[in-house]
Design a protein around this ligand. Structure first.
Ligand SMILES: Nc1nc2c(ncn2[C@@H]2O[C@H](COP(=O)(O)OP(=O)(O)OP(=O)(O)O)[C@@H](O)[C@H]2O)c(=O)[nH]1
Ligand SMILES: [Mg+2]
Length: 293
């Protein structure tokens, strides 16, 4: 009998959750960045190998919410945890203390699914540090999402805990989300890479038009920031910065779409959108029912 189920990847910001999802799927689906809070949505990646299918849910890093966008991110993470058949708790072994996921997530009830403690970034640890950590964490799996080291052990640990089930999706599927969604994420990833800390966090990308079926694929997107000063930084002198972001995003989208892409970007100010439930909903970030009031 094959095995299949939902594998939710959760943990603190910047632990390497998205890098792990990409490595397990074998495609750069989820955006990654050295800056924390890069993931805002649930990202679905499907890995089918042999008799095992993992429907992986990458989640936003768990943090204390400071505004409505954070509440949306937290709600997304918690609902993905509730859906899970197996939870992979990713910890940056190099930077964080090992704490229970229920504590990081502030859960009041225990999780239904079994939790695998996955200590990431083992490539940054020397042998002595690895040994010391391993002594305190007999059940943990050490791995490096960046180098791929230790992945077989992690994959085996996940597979061992998955239920017996027919596959949930066709074997060739890599995600359930549309190219339009990944295009939006590609623009955010380019912005995270090319801008300093504050601006990409205040930035949201809205795809206004996505015209497939003709070459090149035509995409028109608006980048929303919260203030005029951020708009100026995003555009850059003589439009250099926005041009560079557009070029990088276009290349990434072309790989995903498999054809040439024409990407048109505009920048607008949507004051305080991260605190405004109506603006959040329009940008695709839903709030959990309790936070909508
Ligand atoms: N050295 C090293 N760096 C890693 C490893 N895994 C991830 N990283 C880096 O850690 C940073 C964060 O990785 P992400 O995958 O974006 O982390 P995340 O947990 O998804 O972060 P959020 O979505 O912001 O919560 C990136 O710069 C990655 O390249 C690893 O195994 N080793
Ligand atoms: Mg992420």
């Amino acid at each position: 009998m094959p095995k299949a189920g939902i594998v939710t990847v959760a943990g603190a910001p910047n632990a390497g959750k998205s890098t792990l999802l990409n490595r397990l799927v074998g495609e750069h689906l989820a955006i990654t960045s050295p800056k924390p809070q890069s993931t805002r949505d649930r990202i679905v990646g499907i890995r089918t190998a042999g008799e095992v299918q993992m429907v992986l849910l990458d989640t936003p890093g768990l943090l204390e919410p400071k505004h409505a966008l954070h509440k949306s991110m937290r709600g997304t993470s918690l609902s993905a945890l509730r859906e899970a058949d197996v939870v992979v708790h990713v910890i940056d072994a190099n930077a964080e203390a090992v704490r229970p996921l229920s504590e990081i997530a502030g859960l009041t009830e225990p999780l239904r699914a079994p939790v695998i403690i996955a200590l990431n970034k083992s490539d940054l640890l020397d042998k002595k540090a690895l040994r010391a950590l391993a002594e305190g964490q007999a059940d943990a799996v050490f791995f490096s999402a960046r180098t791929g080291d230790g992945m077989e052990r992690l994959i085996a640990a996940i597979a061992a805990k998955l239920p017996e089930s027919p596959f949930l999706y066709p074997e060739d599927d890599l995600s359930t989300q549309h190219l339009r969604f990944f295009a939006r994420e590609a623009v955010r990833e380019a912005a995270l890479e090319q801008l300093d800390e504050e601006v990409p966090h205040a930035l949201a990308c809205e795809i206004e038009e996505f015209r497939e079926g003709s070459a090149p694929v035509y995409i028109r997107a608006t980048l929303h920031v919260e203030r005029d000063s951020q708009k100026r930084i995003l555009i850059g002198s003589g439009g250099q910065r926005i041009k560079a972001i557009g070029m990088q995003a276009r290349k990434r989208i072309e790989v995903l779409v498999g054809s040439a892409v024409y990407l048109e970007l505009r920048v607008k100010v949507l004051p305080n959108w991260r605190r405004n439930p109506v603006a959040l909903a329009r940008l695709g970030y839903s709030l959990p029912p309790d936070d909508k009031k």
